[in-house]
Design a protein around this ligand. Structure first.
Ligand SMILES: Cc1cc2nc3c(=O)[nH]c(=O)nc-3n(C[C@H](O)[C@H](O)[C@H](O)COP(=O)(O)OP(=O)(O)OC[C@H]3O[C@@H](n4cnc5c(N)ncnc54)[C@H](O)[C@@H]3O)c2cc1C
Length: 458
């Protein structure tokens, strides 16, 4: 993009976690000059989230990273398997935790949730960013202050340097310095609403199980939750507060039903998780994404996924405005569209029964308003047709001359003619058209006449 006299970068992303990385990938794919600043000199090796949702995996697929991400974890369903011990897991039962099985996902999506630890997932995203020429990531730089000037933003680093950008994305986590600097308050339970111990252990639990078929194992004899975090790495959350590594080793051996199992404790942490929702998602040209704006407890496993989706949503809208494909009013749709989702996941994460939720309801929240997945004759999906600009999906007899009118809109328009079956599954007649945003949300449907892009895209 063209450099402006007042600012060096189009977008400054503060924080290289799930929200910041997803925003940077999306901005980079739109060719937007982006600087990501991350205060950690080296990435965290704490696995944290271990589940990537269906919709988040759809983004990963669109970025061409699905195989690389899936290779980081077991081929498993995100259901909770309840069993007396891991050694007797065959006698257990599956409990829904709000995620579809791979089979259920196949009916609505070209992909499925993945059981991949957050640190490994983020490493894939960081590698991908190095292939995007307009994005630069710098580590070991902390942003201490931020101001929106009315014509861009000025950020000050902890060592006194100044960075100027047209827009700033505050993706700096639950204790966001950006949020504090621009004076946005949060509402919610700032006290710990969920406490416990998380240990990261290395143990051959896959061999004990025979095969890792699920994303979560709840062992009832020696109560505790076991989450596969890649290879022989597992997160263990014992039901009682154990902090002594020897007690953790003894607990895992009992849970596995093998008193001699080779168990190594990598780390033990007390987890004290709270939930909050920011009063506003924006102050001038400064936007908040991820935990900075909507923090959830690990209950329900929605934190990383909601962070990623907010990052993507904000980033494509910033890209459209920066490219002149939409007016700045498009940016108002960020909070309007993401707040209801944030309210849902925050409330779910503070509900004691929030982990065990019905699949259909939570899947609908995760997928949002994107158009349906329909398998096309070549085996691809309608979702694969979405481009960075407008996408028109047309019935087989839609007016090609009329479709050319659409091309005269500000953002580029890609037109795809569907066969009768695919068009019908989308609710389109033979001469019907559907106009979709880059996130797959339909904004207009027409029968006979042509859908014309609206500037605000909302
Ligand atoms: C124990 C635990 C288990 C979890 N389990 C799940 C789960 O199963 N599923 C799920 O979806 N989510 C889970 N989560 C939540 C998930 O980890 C978070 O929601 C997610 O990391 C939020 O991403 P983010 O990018 O908004 O913030 P973060 O991941 O916190 O990233 C923020 C980044 O900003 C950097 N930063 C902070 N301040 C500054 C600054 N001033 N300048 C520059 N950089 C800065 C930080 O170093 C950090 O890298 C869990 C969290 C915890 C703690």
């Amino acid at each position: 993009m063209r450099h402006h006299v007042h600012w060096k970068y189009d977008v400054l992303v503060v924080g290289g976690g799930a929200a910041g990385l997803a925003a940077a990938v999306t901005l980079g794919r739109h060719g937007i000059d982006t600087l990501v600043v991350e205060k950690r000199p080296a990435p965290s090796t704490w696995p944290r989230a271990t589940v990537i949702s269906t919709r988040a995996m759809e983004h990963v697929r669109a970025w061409g990273l699905e195989a690389e991400v899936r290779a980081e974890g077991p081929d498993a369903d995100v259901w909770l398997w309840e069993c007396a011990s891991l050694a007797s897991a065959d006698d257990g039962r599956a409990v829904a935790v709000g995620y579809p099985t791979r089979e259920q996902a196949a009916r609505v999506s070209p992909t499925a949730p993945a059981v991949v630890a957050q640190d490994r997932f983020e490493a894939v995203l960081r590698r991908h960013l190095t292939t995007l020429p307009t994005v630069r990531v710098v580590s070991g730089v902390e942003i201490a202050d931020v101001a929106s000037t009315g014509d861009g933003v000025v950020a000050t680093t902890a060592d006194g340097r100044t960075l100027r950008a047209r827009y700033l994305v505050g993706a700096d986590g639950a204790h966001s310095a950006v949020r504090r600097a621009v004076g946005i308050g949060v509402r919610g339970d700032e006290e710990g609403v969920l406490t416990g111990t998380h240990a990261v252990v290395r143990a051959p639990l896959a061999e004990v199980l025979g095969e890792v078929r699920f994303g979560l194992y709840w062992v009832t004899d020696t109560p505790g939750l076991y989450l596969p975090a890649g290879g022989d790495r597992w997160i263990v959350a014992p039901d009682e507060d154990l902090e002594d590594p020897d007690a953790i080793v003894a607990g895992v051996r009992r849970g596995a039903g093998d008193p001699h199992l080779d168990v190594r404790v990598e780390s033990v942490r007390r987890v004290r998780a709270a939930a909050h929702l920011a009063e506003s998602f924006r102050a001038g040209d400064v936007f908040l994404a991820g935990d900075a704006v909507h923090r959830v407890t690990p209950r329900g496993g929605t934190g990383m996924n909601t962070a990623l989706q907010s990052g993507v949503d904000l980033a494509w809208k910033l890209a459209w405005v920066l490219r002149g494909w939409a007016g700045p009013e498009l940016l108002d749709t960020y909070e309007a569209e993401r707040r209801p989702v944030a309210e849902h996941v925050v409330a779910r994460s503070t509900d004691p029964d929030g982990s065990r939720r019905d699949v259909a309801t939570e899947l609908a929240v995760d997928l949002g308003a994107r158009l349906p997945h329909v398998v096309l004759p070549d085996g691809s999906s309608t979702l694969d047709l979405l481009g960075p600009g407008w996408t028109v999906l047309a019935g087989p007899r839609a007016d090609a001359a009329g479709l050319a009118v659409v091309r005269s809109g500000s953002a580029p328009v890609a037109v795809h003619t569907l066969d009768t079956r695919a068009a019908r599954t989308l609710g389109l007649g033979a001469d019907g058209t559907l106009l979709a945003r880059p996130d797959g949300v339909p904004v207009a449907r027409c029968s006979g006449a042509v859908a014309t892009p609206r500037p605000a895209a909302a």
